[in-house]
Structures are given as structure tokens and as C-alpha cells.
Design a protein around this ligand. Structure first.
Ligand SMILES: C[C@](O)(CO)[C@H](O)COP(=O)(O)OP(=O)(O)OC[C@H]1O[C@@H](n2ccc(N)nc2=O)[C@H](O)[C@@H]1O
Ligand SMILES: Nc1ncnc2c1ncn2[C@@H]1O[C@H](COP(=O)(O)OP(=O)(O)OP(=O)(O)O)[C@@H](O)[C@H]1O
Length: 291
């Protein structure tokens, strides 16, 4: 926001120029366990999973402009910019509210086709930023309803806190997790796995464990109880997923798993300040930190 002084022909006047700008950092997510439980009549699958925010972030700037445009930097995003989820989020709200034009700039950092929900986070953060900037005063439930229309993973990023997710992965129950003092390493083998392809390879089945009950036990027990149904289905086609998981266990992870439909694989290292250094192929991207 800024003030401008105008000493034009009509004498002194004080003009108020409203420059609206917001910078947000859409984060990624990890799935702690993922069970694909049944086929739905709408063609989607019902699932059970626990979602946690992963602080691996993009940067998204929203600024008032003469016309609506999108610019992109960072990792190239497949597909036409007009189909970018940030623009689709803007168009969705614009259909129901009087929104001025905006320029959106997305700097893409989170790997794509990784099961980290990178695009979904961008979409939800765009909705949240527009809601705040233009004082739409939409409550989280309403933002979640808009987010669901953009993708199954999007609604999670509205409240952006650990939840037990079910149905399409877009209906939530609060969950309390204790991951303090747990270091995390996420490895992306520079390989894009399509979510639709991944779902097509999985046969729905009843979960073998109650995820909520298993997750309150120490992380060291999760290896025996918690799994991701995509892992068994995809590893025969992408053996590198199994190799990364084994490497994380060899490095001392208490629990390692594929996130979502892959291809990112993460390891959890309770009681450690930093995840251990690992020798990985130079092309792989690695995120080290804490959840
Ligand atoms: C694998 C997860 O990341 C787990 O959190 C998500 O389920 C994926 O969510 P997403 O990327 O937002 O997926 P969407 O864009 O909604 O759907 C992409 C495709 O995945 C399949 N899909 C997705 C979600 C779901 N519950 N059942 C499905 O069968 C559908 O074939 C759909 O056409
Ligand atoms: N802002 C965006 N960032 C990333 N991908 C986007 C974006 N907007 C649209 N897309 C499309 O979405 C596809 C992948 O989305 P995304 O990054 O969410 O997949 P993912 O990492 O596999 O996550 P998940 O399957 O867990 O939702 C890309 O191929 C791209 O065409």
C-alpha cells in the first residue's frame, strides 16, 4: 500500500493508491500410511491416510494488476500455463466474487509427480491468499469446498495441519502426532509418476491396520504396521523406489515409505538433529529437515 502526492493542474490533491501484494510459500505434504480401500461410483477411490505438512516450499506472489496474468520460474511445469492450478484457483473464485485482475508469479521448487502434493498446495495457497487480499472472509470450510473442486489433495492445504484423511482424501479428522525430535529426509529420484497411472495399478482392499491407532505408537513400530498401498503396486515397475527405501533404512531410518503415489520416498529419524548424509545419485533431489 502507498500514498502518492499529485501536484497536477487541479492543484494539490492527495491520492490514495492501493497496491495490493501478497507473498506466500505453499508447502508440500507427506502421507504417513496410505490405504486404498474401495472403488467409488464417481471413478475415484476411497482412501485412508494421514497427511502432514512438509516444509519444502514454492513461492507464490499475488499482486493487483491491469490484467490477469501468470509468470513462472523455477522447475518447468508440464502443461499449458493457462491450466496452472494457481490460475484455476483464481478463476474459480472469480466466477462467484467480484475480483480485480491480478498478476500471479509462481516460483516452482517442489518436485512434480512426486506424491508431495506440490500443485495442490499452490492451488490452496492461491485460494487462501485471494481470500485474504480481497477480504472475501470465506471460512475454512468454504475454502475447502472450493479446493476440492481443484483436486483431491488440495483441501488439506487449507488448514495445513496433520489430519487423518478419508473418502477421496479430502475429508478430514484431526489427529495428534508426536514427531518432535524427528529428522526427515525426502528423496526425489527425478522421475515423474502420474497419479492416475498409479491409481490404475492398485487393487482396493481393506486396510490391514488401523492407521490412527498405529500412528500413536513409537515411530520404530511403524515399519511393522503402516504401509502405502502404492508402494507394492509401483515398485515392480520402478525398482528405484525400493532401492531408495532400503538405502534410508540402511542409513538408520526408523521408518521409510513412498509418499502418496510417488515417486518421492522419505525416511524418519527419531532422536536425530539432522538426517544422516547419504550417497545418492547426483540427479536426485533431497530435502533434509524436520516436519
Ligand atoms: C495420491 C494422493 O496424493 C494421496 O494424497 C492423492 O490421492 C492424489 O490427489 P490429486 O493429485 O489431487 O489427484 P486428483 O487430481 O484429484 O486426481 C487425479 C487422478 O487420480 C485418481 N484418483 C485421485 C484421488 C482419489 N481419491 N482417487 C483416484 O482414483 C483419478 O484417476 C484422478 O483422475
Ligand atoms: N502449480 C502447479 N505445480 C505443479 N503442477 C501443476 C501446477 N499446476 C498444474 N499442475 C499440473 O499438475 C500435475 C502434477 O501435480 P502435483 O505436483 O500435485 O503432483 P504430485 O507431486 O504427484 O502430487 P500429488 O499426486 O500428491 O497431488 C503436473 O503434471 C502439472 O501438469
Amino acid at each position: 500500500m502507498c500514498w502518492a502526492f499529485d501536484f497536477g493542474k487541479r492543484g494539490f490533491s492527495l491520492r490514495y493508491i492501493l497496491l495490493i501484494l501478497m507473498l506466500v510459500f505453499p508447502n508440500a505434504k507427506l502421507n504417513l500410511g496410505l490405504y486404498i480401500t474401495s472403488q467409488r461410483p464417481d471413478g475415484f477411490r476411497n482412501l485412508e491416510s494421514v497427511f502432514v505438512p512438509l516444509p519444502w516450499t514454492d513461492a507464490l506472489e499475488v499482486v493487483s494488476a491491469a490484467e490477469t496474468t501468470l509468470s513462472l520460474t523455477g522447475i518447468p511445469i508440464p502443461g499449458e500455463p493457462s491450466t496452472n492450478l494457481c490460475l484455476r484457483a483464481y478463476e474459480l473464485l472469480k466466477a462467484d466474487f467480484t475480483l480485480p485482475p491480478v498478476h500471479l508469479h509462481l516460483h516452482k521448487v517442489v518436485p512434480i509427480g512426486a506424491g508431495l502434493g506440490g500443485g495442490s498446495g499452490d492451488a490452496a495457497f492461491a485460494l487462501r491468499a485471494l481470500n485474504e487480499l480481497f477480504e472475501l472472509a470465506l471460512p475454512p470450510e468454504t475454502l475447502e469446498a472450493y479446493a476440492r473442486r481443484l483436486g483431491s489433495d488440495c483441501a488439506f492445504f487449507v488448514r495445513n495441519k496433520p489430519v487423518f484423511a478419508y473418502e477421496k482424501g479430502d475429508v478430514f479428522e484431526d489427529i495428534s502426532l508426536n514427531l518432535t525430535d524427528t529428522a526427515c529426509k525426502v528423496v526425489y529420484p527425478n522421475m515423474h509418476i502420474s497419479t492416475a497411472e498409479a491409481y490404475a495399478r492398485v487393487q482396493p482392499r481393506t486396510p490391514r491396520h488401523d492407521l490412527r491407532a498405529a500412528l500413536v505408537q513409537p515411530v520404530e513400530t511403524w515399519r511393522e504396521t503402516i504401509s502405502n498401498d502404492f508402494e507394492d503396486a509401483l515398485t515392480p515397475y520402478y525398482p528405484v523406489l525400493g532401492e531408495i527405501k532400503q538405502a534410508l533404512y540402511a542409513a538408520g531410518a526408523a521408518y521409510a515409505s513412498l509418499s502418496g503415489s510417488g515417486s518421492a520416498v522419505y525416511g524418519l529419524f527419531p532422536g536425530q538433529e539432522q538426517p544422516p548424509l547419504m550417497q545418492l545419485p547426483a540427479a536426485y533431489q533431497v530435502w533434509d529437515g524436520r516436519l
